[in-house]
Design a protein around this ligand. Structure first.
Ligand code: HAM
Length: 415
C-alpha cells in the first residue's frame, strides 16, 4: 500500500463539512471588509521567496521545497502567500488600478518542517493583505478583520500579542544593542542561538531552549529604541485598538520568522494547541514591493493556519458535521422501474433536495436500511402497483407516515 508523504494529510468526507464551515467564515467575513480573493500558482520561481522572506530565516534556509524543473529553472512550492501575492500585484498592475487593494486568499502551502501536532509539510492558510496605506488605520483594519474571523469561527479563548519592529533605523539601533548584550552572554547561549547571533540576531528572542530563556528575559527590548515615527505608529495602533475594544497584549520580544516586517507585528495564540500555539500571525511589510522589483508600496496583512484553527474547534467540541447528507432516498422496487427512479430523483433535486437513488439494484429491504443509515428524511418508494396509477409512496422516515402522491404532483410536495 502507498501512503501519503510524511507531514501531509487527506481531508476525508467526514472532515470536509468543518473545512467548508471555516472557509465560508473566511469568505463571508472578508466580504464584510470588502477584501477580494486572489489566487496565485502553487509554485513560483524560487527567488520570489528567497528575495523576500530572508536568506537567514528557517523557511528559506531549511524548509523550502525547491527543485529544478526540466528546463533547469529553480522552482519552489510556495511556503507562504505574501511574497507571491506581491509578485502577482506587481505583475498584473493591480496596484495601478486603485490606491488601496484589499485581498484575501485560501490555499495550500508547503514547508519541510518536522511534523508534529499542528505542524505539517502541506498545510493550509487563510490570509488577507491591505496594500497601499502606510497608516496605522490599515494595521487596525487588518487586525479587526482577523479578530472578526476568529469570533465568527466561535473561538473565544485566545490571545492577540502585538509588538513593533519600528523603522529600519530603530531596528538597526535595537539590533546593535541586542547583539552587544547577547555577545556578553554568548558562552551561556544554546548552540543554535550562538549561530543565530551571527546570522539573524532578532530570531534569538524566539528561542524555546532552556539555556536561552533566562538570558532572553533580561535582554533589551525594542520599545526602548523606537524613533519618533515608530513610536507614533505603534501608539496610534494601540489607541485605535483600545477605541474599538480589541484586546491585546504587548509582547516586546515578539519577532516573526520572516524578515520582511517593519512596524506592527502580531500573533494569535491559543493555549489548546500545545507547543505550536500560534494559529495566526502577520504584520506590516512596507519594503517588500521594492524588494521584489515593484514601486515602493506600503502593506500589512496576516495569515492563519487552517489545520490549527480546526484543532482549536475540535478541542472546543465545535463541529459543523451535517447530521445527514441526504434528504430523500428513492427506493426502487425492481430494476424495470429504474427509469422512474431517475425521473423522480431529478424532480426532488430540482426542488433543492439532496437525493440518493439506489444504483446497486439491491433489495427494497437493503435500500430502506441504507436510507435509515444515511438519516434520510424521506423515502420515495417506486413500486409496480402505485406506478400503474402514475403515483409513488412518499414516506416520512421519522414518523413512518406515508402517502401516495401522483408523480405529476411531486413538484408541489413540500419537503
Ligand atoms: P507564518 O507565521 O509563517 O506567517 O504563518 C502563518 C500561520 O500559518 C501560522 O500562525 C500557523 O498557524 C500556520 N502555519 C505555518 N506553518 C505551518 C505548518 N508547518 N503547519 C501548519 N500550520 C502552519 C506567514 O506565512 C505570513 N505570510 C503571514 C503574513 C501575511 N504576514 C503578512 N501578511
Amino acid at each position: 500500500m502507498i501512503n501519503t508523504v510524511r507531514g501531509t494529510k487527506d481531508i476525508i468526507p467526514a472532515m470536509v463539512s468543518d473545512w467548508h464551515f471555516v472557509e465560508s467564515v473566511f469568505r463571508n467575513t472578508s466580504k464584510l471588509y470588502a477584501y477580494q480573493e486572489l489566487r496565485t500558482p502553487i509554485f513560483e520561481k524560487t527567488e520570489v521567496f528567497s528575495r523576500s522572506i530572508g536568506d537567514d530565516t528557517d523557511i528559506v534556509n531549511k524548509e523550502m521545497y525547491t527543485f529544478k524543473d526540466k528546463g533547469d529553472e529553480s522552482i519552489t512550492l510556495r511556503p507562504e502567500q505574501t511574497a507571491a501575492l506581491v509578485r502577482a500585484v506587481i505583475q498584473n498592475g493591480l496596484d495601478r488600478e486603485s490606491s488601496n487593494l484589499r485581498l484575501y486568499y485560501i490555499g495550500p502551502y508547503f514547508r519541510y518542517e518536522r511534523p508534529q501536532k499542528g505542524r505539517l509539510r502541506q498545510f493550509h492558510q487563510y490570509g488577507a493583505e491591505s496594500i497601499g496605506s502606510p497608516n496605522p488605520e490599515a494595521d487596525v483594519e487588518i487586525l479587526l478583520l482577523a479578530n472578526k474571523v476568529i469570533k465568527e469561527l466561535g473561538i473565544s479563548d485566545y490571545k492577540l500579542l502585538i509588538n513593533t519592529l519600528g523603522t529600519e533605523n530603530s531596528r538597526q539601533n535595537y539590533k546593535n544593542a541586542l547583539i552587544e548584550y547577547l555577545n556578553q552572554n554568548k558562552e551561556s547561549l544554546s548552540e543554535e542561538s550562538q549561530s543565530r547571533l551571527q546570522t539573524n540576531p532578532l530570531r534569538v528572542l524566539d528561542s524555546k531552549s532552556e539555556k536561552d530563556i533566562s538570558i532572553i528575559e533580561k535582554a533589551p527590548v525594542i520599545l526602548d529604541y523606537l524613533d519618533e515615527e515608530s513610536a507614533n505608529h505603534f501608539n496610534t495602533v494601540t489607541k485605535l485598538l483600545d477605541a474599538v475594544g480589541v484586546k491585546y497584549v504587548i509582547q516586546p520580544k515578539l519577532v516573526r520568522g520572516l524578515d520582511y516586517y517593519c512596524h506592527t507585528v502580531f500573533e494569535f495564540q491559543s493555549s489548546v494547541l500545545g507547543a505550536q500555539d500560534s494559529f495566526g500571525g502577520g504584520g506590516r511589510y512596507d519594503g517588500l514591493f521594492a524588494q521584489l522589483g515593484g514601486k515602493p508600496n506600503p502593506a500589512v496583512g496576516f495569515a492563519m493556519g487552517i489545520e490549527r484553527i480546526l484543532l482549536i474547534l475540535e478541542a472546543m467540541k465545535i463541529t459543523h458535521k451535517e447530521e445527514s447528507e441526504c434528504d430523500v432516498y428513492v427506493v426502487c422496487g425492481n430494476k424495470e422501474l429504474s427509469i422512474y427512479a431517475n425521473q423522480i430523483a431529478e424532480i426532488f433535486r430540482n426542488k433543492g433536495a439532496r437525493v440518493i437513488s439506489d444504483i446497486n439494484r439491491r433489495s427494497m429491504k437493503a435500500q430502506f436500511k441504507e436510507a435509515n443509515r444515511l438519516n434520510a428524511r424521506y423515502s420515495v418508494i417506486i413500486a409496480d402497483e402505485e406506478v400503474s396509477r402514475n403515483s409513488v409512496i412518499v414516506k416520512n422516515m421519522a414518523s413512518s407516515e406515508q402517502q401516495e402522491i401522483e408523480i405529476s404532483k411531486l413538484e408541489e410536495f413540500e419537503i
